[in-house]
Design a protein around this ligand. Structure first.
Ligand code: NAP
Ligand code: ZN
Length: 322
């Protein structure tokens, strides 16, 4: 049996049809017939060679499809797979349900062949049933973009927290929805004034294109793959406020020391989410009607689709469908 996919063979090269023999179906693997795959900006970073040489590269890690083989789910179950596809299973982090922190964690499309394919085989611990209330295209971006913002929003929530979400793209528009549903006072921060009406529709109470008022936020989530002026954003935090970097900026953050010392502010980051948190996130999304605003395109237009994300044209997630 061979799986058919689209692959890039060099940095910034167009994706081309590609077929490969999958690893044999392991005892704990699930084989999935893929129906949808969202395009995350991490796919663009990978295709453009910004994270190293993983070529030939089959991108895609916001996968929804139906089970065709494996013991963990009945055939035909609608399931999803995100960025992480495996971990060692017995280190202290895995034992504690913190699989993202496992030193042997594996990525679905970095060193493995991802979701721009007709099928995939993944360890059952990293396969998630999709609740009935969620459409497949709208659910796919939850598997990476959604969990990446849900995790820190849930981890750092305090009663009446004020959050700034910087960058209203795939991650950002989901962050607005989750934050609003959790009870945050929500500000969208964007370089794109034309996104204001939709940002408010997705849950923003306020929309900011300029500099923030000092002390006005308890939590800042930076989803932009850019280094911000940290003097401004540290000043925007209340005492004990938290700045959480999510976007994969290529440069270091320069943090003024006294903004840390005086207000006990915290600078941290966060990656995706543990399997148990993904299950919670999907249930929360179904209950509160959180879903991606998607542009559905056929899988064979993956190059055009990647380009929409690369150029900040997607509103707000392109999802490839078979
Ligand atoms: P996206 O859909 O392209 O959205 C990124 C948004 O950031 C853009 O819509 C834009 O929003 C803003 N932006 C882009 N370039 C900027 C710049 N130079 N300066 C300021 N703002 C800028 O991307 P995404 O899929 O949400 O992913 C965002 C980043 O998160 C990527 O680097 C991705 O690799 C990373 N990521 C990290 C994790 C994790 O686990 N930590 C998981 C998934 C993705 P406005 O138009 O509103 O300004
Ligand atoms: Zn992603």
């Amino acid at each position: 049996m061979s799986f058919s996919a689209l692959a890039a063979h060099a940095p910034k090269a167009a994706l081309e049809p590609y077929s490969y023999e999958p690893e044999p179906l392991g005892e704990h693997d699930v084989e999935i017939a893929i129906s949808h795959c969202g395009i995350c900006h991490s796919d663009v970073h990978l295709v453009d060679g910004e994270w190293g040489d993983y070529f030939p590269l089959v991108p895609g890690h916001e996968i929804v499809g139906t089970v065709v083989a494996g013991k963990a789910f009945p055939a035909g179950t609608r399931v999803g797979v995100g960025w992480q596809c495996n971990s060692c299973g017995d280190c202290s982090y895995c034992a504690a349900g913190e699989e993202v922190l496992c030193s042997e964690n594996q990525a679905t499309c970095q060193g493995n062949f991802g979701g721009f394919a007709d099928r995939i085989r993944v360890d059952e611990r990293f396969v998630f049933a999709i609740p009935d209330g969620l459409g497949s295209a709208e659910a796919a971006p939850l598997l990476c973009g959604g969990i990446t913002v849900y995790s820190p929003l849930q981890r750092y929530f305090r009663k009446s927290s004020r959050v700034a979400v910087i960058g209203i793209g795939g991650l950002g528009h989901l962050a607005l929805q989750f934050a609003r549903a959790m009870g945050y006072q929500v500000t969208a921060v964007s370089r794109s004034p034309e996104k204001e009406a939709e940002a408010r529709k997705h849950g923003a109470h306020e929309f900011l294109t300029g500099d923030p008022v000092p002390g006005s936020f308890d939590l800042v989530l930076n989803t932009a793959h850019a280094v911000l002026d940290m003097s401004t954003w540290m000043a925007a935090l209340s005492p004990k406020g938290i700045f959480c970097q999510l976007g994969a900026a290529g440069e270091p953050l320069e943090v003024p020391v006294f903004s840390l010392i005086v207000g006990q502010r915290v600078v941290t980051g966060s990656a995706i989410g543990h399997p148990s948190v993904i299950r919670d996130m999907l249930a929360f999304a179904a209950e509160h009607g959180v879903q991606a605003q998607v542009e559905v395109m056929p899988m064979d237009q993956a190059n055009e689709a990647l380009d929409r994300t690369r150029r900040n044209q997607a509103r707000y997630r392109v999802v490839l469908a078979r």
